[in-house]
Write a protein that binds this ligand. Structure first.
Ligand SMILES: [Fe+2]
Ligand SMILES: [Fe+2]
Length: 287
């Protein structure tokens, strides 16, 4: 990520066609999935053969919109032509991460049968609560004129923070099959989040005033690092469960859930394509 930020901001003509091509090639390389798998293997220190099979087959079948070069091109287009877009998108991550943290906490409350998985889910929930605040801070750091004074603090105070909750489990327990399904979905969601971070980082860093760049960089790097951890622990759980006999189930879940997640991504992107695409992205959302 460091080099992508540096080369992007050192580019003297940040809006040129060459800069766009360069950006897309870096954030969405042709061997995107292979690079992702290598990062996850390195993090988990495991070859992850079952996980690799399941994810690769699902990607081949679905070809998710978020991993296509056009998706990165569209983000670049919006961030460089629509006033306030980059700031709005950065801030919107705050409440979204807080909501994700709530879901994870609720899941943790119901996991009674697997303490190792539960502990990791709880840590994940805590991370996302911290991220929700970090995104507000990042917005204030990178776009100092975007929010009126005090608005960031007020917004942060309205977002639920599970880190202050008592650690009470619910009496209804989540069946193991449901836990696998939840974490397959989580793993896919985190893959998209990491990609989003790669889309955002060079642009947010580019907007950040010079004196704030070190803070902006620190926040961005810590966010990406955490997302790799979230992909990593869920991938390793999948690998272990597949080794214990759930391989077929996991493979089928990846196909099914990636398909549904892809449709959701299209729905979430349609409005922006209509408002900001200027008719230049008719192919972006074709499934
Ligand atoms: Fe996050
Ligand atoms: Fe995450």
């Amino acid at each position: 990520m460091t080099s992508s930020i540096e080369s992007s901001t050192s580019d003297r003509d940040a809006l040129s066609r060459t800069a766009l091509k360069d950006y897309v090639k870096r954030v969405c390389p042709e061997d995107y999935l292979e690079q992702l798998l290598n990062v996850v293997r390195e993090y988990t220190d495991h070859e992850l053969p079952h996980y690799t099979d399941a994810l690769t087959a699902a990607f081949q079948d679905v070809q998710p919109v978020f991993a296509r070069p056009r998706y990165a091109e569209f983000f670049w287009h919006c961030a460089t032509t629509v006033p306030g877009y980059a700031a709005r998108v950065t801030l919107a991550n705050g409440p979204a991460e807080s909501e994700g943290s709530e879901k994870l906490f609720t899941l943790w409350q119901g996991v009674h049968h697997d303490d190792v998985a539960a502990e990791q889910v709880l840590q994940h929930a805590r991370d996302e609560s911290a991220h929700s605040r970090l995104f507000v801070r990042l917005t204030e750091t990178a776009f100092p004129a975007f929010l009126p004074p005090g608005a960031g603090t007020r917004l942060a105070a309205t977002m639920p923070d599970i880190r202050t909750r008592p650690l009470d489990k619910t009496s209804v327990s989540v069946p193991h099959e449901h836990l696998i399904d939840h974490l397959v979905q989580m793993n896919i969601g985190e893959i998209r989040t990491r990609l989003h971070m790669h889309l955002f980082a060079p642009i947010i860093f580019g907007f950040t005033p010079t004196q704030e760049k070190p803070t902006s960089r620190r926040i961005l790097e810590s966010l990406v690092k955490d997302e790799v951890r979230h992909i990593g622990y869920t991938a390793l759980l999948m690998e272990q469960w597949a080794t214990d006999g759930a391989g077929e189930r996991i493979r089928a879940l990846y196909q099914n859930r990636l398909h549904i997640f892809n449709e959701l991504t299209v729905e979430q992107t349609e409005g922006a394509v209509r408002s900001h695409g200027r008719g230049e992205f008719p192919d972006l959302l074709e499934l």
